[in-house]
Design a protein around this ligand. Structure first.
Ligand SMILES: Cc1ncc(C[n+]2csc(CCOP(=O)(O)OP(=O)(O)O)c2C)c(N)n1
Ligand code: SF4
Ligand SMILES: [Mg+2]
Length: 281
C-alpha cells in the first residue's frame, strides 16, 4: 500500500482548486471519492493526461467541475456506452467511467452489464448512496428494503440489487467494494482497478446526509459514517459468517479478480484480420 501523500501535492496535480469549495452538501461522500480517486491515479504513476473520464448525470456527475481530467459528460446512464466507444477509439487512454447508483443500475443498467460482459478495459466507479440524490431522493435499485425515500414514504418494498454480484455475473473480471469511511482501502482498490487489464468495477458505499440520511433520520455525516462502519465486514471475516449473519452487512474487499481476453485487444485483432483479408494476404 502506497504512503499517503500530502494533500498539497494532490491538490496541485489534480484539483481545479479555483472552483473550490465544491458545490456538494457538507459531509457528502462524493468529496471523499474526489480525493480517493485523485490519490489512486497518482499512485499508478501514470500521467494525468493519459486519463479521461466518462461521466453521467447525478450529484456525483459534477466531479469533473473539480477534478482536472479530460471529461465526456453525458446523458444520465450513458457513461459506460461512451467509455466503451472512447476506449475502442483510443486504447492508449486510461478510461474512468464514473456513475451513481441510479445512473448505473436503473437507466444505465443495460450499458453497465454489457460493458462488463465484453470485459473492456475501463475502470467503472459507482458511488452508491442508495438514492437519486440530485433529483430529490427518489428510490433507486440499490435502496435498501424498508428505507424511506421521497417515492417510498412508507418504506422501500422492493429488494435491492447487489451491484458487485450483478457485474461479476455479467462477466466483469475485477469486482470490488469499499466505503467512504475506508479511505486508505478505497485508494488502494481504485489503483488496482485502474491497473487491471479488463473491466473493473469499484462500488463505493457513500453517504448522502442531506437527503437520504435526513429522510431516514440517521443524523449527520459523521453519524452516517459511523453506522456505515458498524455494518462493514471484511471479505476475510465474511467468509466465516452465515448468510443470515451477513444480511444488511457491507462486505468490502476485492471480491473477484481474474484475467480474461480483453475486448479492445480482441477487436483490433479482428480489424487486422479483416484488413489483411481485404489486401488479399
Ligand atoms: C435521460 C434522463 N433521465 C432522467 C434524468 C433525471 N435525473 C438526473 S440525475 C438523476 C438521478 C441521479 O441519481 P444517481 O445516479 O444515483 O446520482 P446521485 O445524484 O445520487 O449522485 C435523474 C433521474 C436525466 N437527467 N436524464
Ligand atoms: S444531495 Fe446528497 S448526494 Fe447530492 S450533494 Fe447533497 S449530500 Fe451529496
Ligand atoms: Mg445515487
Amino acid at each position: 500500500m502506497a504512503k499517503i501523500k500530502p494533500l498539497k501535492i494532490i491538490r496541485e496535480r489534480y484539483f481545479k482548486f479555483e472552483r473550490f469549495p465544491t458545490t456538494y452538501c457538507p459531509g457528502c461522500g462524493i468529496g471523499n471519492v474526489i480525493q480517493a480517486l485523485s490519490r489512486a491515479v497518482d499512485d499508478t504513476g501514470r500521467p494525468r493526461e493519459s486519463f479521461s473520464m466518462s461521466v453521467g448525470i447525478g450529484c456525483y456527475g459534477n466531479i469533473g467541475n473539480f477534478l482536472d481530467f479530460d471529461e465526456l459528460r453525458l446523458a444520465h446512464g450513458r457513461a459506460p456506452a461512451m467509455a466503451t466507444g472512447l476506449k475502442l477509439a483510443r486504447p492508449d487512454l486510461n478510461v474512468l467511467c464514473m456513475m451513481g447508483d441510479g445512473d448505473a443500475t436503473a437507466i444505465g443498467g443495460n450499458h453497465l452489464i454489457h460493458a462488463a460482459r465484453r470485459n473492456i478495459d475501463i475502470t467503472a466507479i459507482i458511488m452508491n448512496n442508495h438514492t437519486y440524490g440530485m433529483t430529490g431522493g427518489q428510490y433507486s435499485p440499490t435502496t435498501r428494503l424498508g428505507d424511506y425515500s421521497s417515492t417510498a414514504p412508507y418504506g422501500m418494498v422492493e429488494p435491492s440489487f447487489d451491484i458487485c454480484k450483478l457485474v461479476e455475473g455479467a462477466g466483469g473480471t475485477f469486482v470490488a467494494r469499499t466505503t467512504t469511511f475506508r479511505m486508505v482501502q478505497t485508494i488502494d482498490i481504485i489503483r488496482r482497478a485502474i491497473e487491471h487489464p479488463g473491466f473493473a468495477l469499484v462500488e463505493i458505499e457513500s453517504q448522502c446526509p442531506v437527503i437520504y440520511g435526513r429522510m431516514n433520520r440517521w443524523g449527520n455525516a459523521v453519524a452516517m459514517l459511523k453506522k456505515q462502519n458498524e455494518l462493514t465486514v471484511t471479505l476475510e471475516r465474511a467468509r466465516t459468517m452465515s448468510s443470515e449473519e451477513l444480511k444488511g452487512k457491507i462486505v468490502v474487499g476485492v471480491l473477484a479478480e481474474r484475467i480474461e481476453p480483453e475486448f479492445t485487444a480482441e477487436y483490433y485483432k479482428v480489424i487486422d484480420r479483416a484488413q489483411r483479408s481485404a489486401d488479399g494476404a
